[in-house]
Write a protein that binds this ligand. Structure first.
Ligand SMILES: NC(=O)c1ccc[n+]([C@@H]2O[C@H](COP(=O)([O-])OP(=O)(O)OC[C@H]3O[C@@H](n4cnc5c(N)ncnc54)[C@H](O)[C@@H]3O)[C@@H](O)[C@H]2O)c1
Length: 371
């Protein structure tokens, strides 16, 4: 089977991650192009990863007939626009999380890909993280009896790029950025049950000077079979990325710490190069993780997506998955805004970005005209 030729849109954090993941599955896929608008960035990325074609405009990449599948690693506000253009150019699309900004965009992305006969693949790597896959295999075997509670938490010290903090570009704060993983995870773990209701508490506890978005949240998801998902999202935890799950049933439970649980508890007075994503320091105690990409499941995800393009595997995460997450995101923000549980289906129209359901854009007070 020939390798799937991939083009990456974006050239920074997640683009490096996708490039590394593709290199780890050389028998399945090959990175042939990159596009990124900032002068010099695409060329630097191409040099760094040995990519033959570099463009400053993603539309040029879409005109390259060699590219079969694109990976969108641009800011959230661009996901829909790029997906629609890619589908119209006949490219399969891998879209990073979250799928987009609005449910209308999600619908349009799914429709255009369907009409164009291309795949829309939603990049949720937790479905491929080996520890989490093992936990799900045990749950599916019945190891824990009837699973009634699944928890997932993703916490770090806050995003690396300014656009995440700007809700007009990101759509929201920690829930949009990190909670989307937990929502997808609980849904997948519990067998893709329908979501019945969502309750969320959100606050901006630490970073009021930097964002209008929430930096701390707990979201509770009730599924049709009565099981509950609990998702913790935080931009306020220094010390490196923390990604954990807990699973509880009437016959047992399991706990998995994706990164620190696979690290070397280390003490160094002088420090060293790199420990784990978002760890600001390696001096003193730290938890350097090995095979970081593999622990997340990125190479396994890319292998699956390449095989989906070749028709040998069926997508386990697609546009519909992303749209389900988007609807739960809407419900989470609305719940935090109204202080109550929101029942699904929940599809309010004309929402510009999910966070508007929590915090309406402040309107300047109307100036009274003196008569
Ligand atoms: N799956 C994960 O765990 C994970 C992790 C990090 C980021 N992400 C997602 O990946 C996406 C990118 O995040 P990031 O951390 O790489 O951000 P980043 O800021 O590090 O990189 C964004 C890239 O997009 C490029 N870009 C901006 N405007 C563009 C345009 N018009 N056309 C093409 N490229 C453009 C920028 O130049 C930059 O190279 C986001 O949607 C984010 O949520 C997913």
């Amino acid at each position: 089977m020939s390798k799937v030729k991939v083009g990456i849109i974006g050239s920074r954090f997640q683009a490096d991650c996708v490039a590394a993941a593709l290199k780890a599955v050389p028998e399945e896929a090959e990175l042939v192009a990159v596009a990124s608008p900032t002068k010099g960035n695409a060329a630097d990325f191409a040099k760094r990863h040995g990519v033959p074609h570099a463009y400053t405009d993603y539309r040029e990449l879409l005109r390259n007939p060699e590219v079969e599948m694109i990976s969108i690693t641009a800011p959230n506000r661009l996901h829909a626009e790029i997906t629609i253009a890619a589908a119209k150019s006949g490219k399969h699309v891998v879209c990073e999380k979250p799928l987009c900004m609005t449910l209308e965009e999600a619908d349009a992305m799914i429709d255009v890909c369907r009409q164009a006969g291309v795949l829309l693949l939603y990049a949720e790597e937790l479905f491929f993280a080996p520890k989490y896959v093992k936990a799900k295999q045990m749950a599916d075997e019945g190891a824990f009896g009837r699973v009634h509670l699944v928890k997932q938490g993703e916490k770090h010290s806050g995003p690396h790029s300014d656009w995440f903090w700007d809700v007009s570009q990101s759509g929201g704060g920690a829930v949009m950025d990190l909670g989307c993983h937990g929502i997808a995870f609980c849904w997948w773990f519990l067998g893709k049950q329908k979501v019945k209701s969502v309750y969320s508490h959100m606050a901006t506890q630490v970073h009021r000077d930097r964002t209008e978005g929430e930096d701390e949240a707990v979201t509770i998801i009730e599924f049709a079979n009565g099981a509950v998902g609990m998702v913790e999202s935080s931009w306020n935890r220094p010390g490196g990325m923390d990604d954990c799950i807990e699973v509880f049933g009437d016959k047992g439970q399991t706990y998995a710490d994706m990164l620190m649980g696979n690290a070397l508890p280390t003490y160094s007075e002088v420090g060293f190069g790199y420990a784990v994503e978002k760890a600001a320091s390696t001096k003193g105690w730290s938890y350097p993780v090995f095979e970081e990409q593999w622990n997340y499941g990125f190479p396994q995800e890319m292998r699956h997506f390449a095989r989906c393009v070749r028709g040998t595997e069926t997508p386990i995460s697609d546009g519909e998955t992303g749209r389900m997450v988007q609807e739960v995101l809407y419900a989470a923000y609305a719940s935090a805004g109204q202080g109550c549980r929101i029942a699904l289906p929940f599809r309010p129209k004309g929402v510009a970005k999910p966070i508007d359901l929590w915090k309406p854009i402040p309107v300047a007070p109307v100036r009274k005209l003196s008569s």
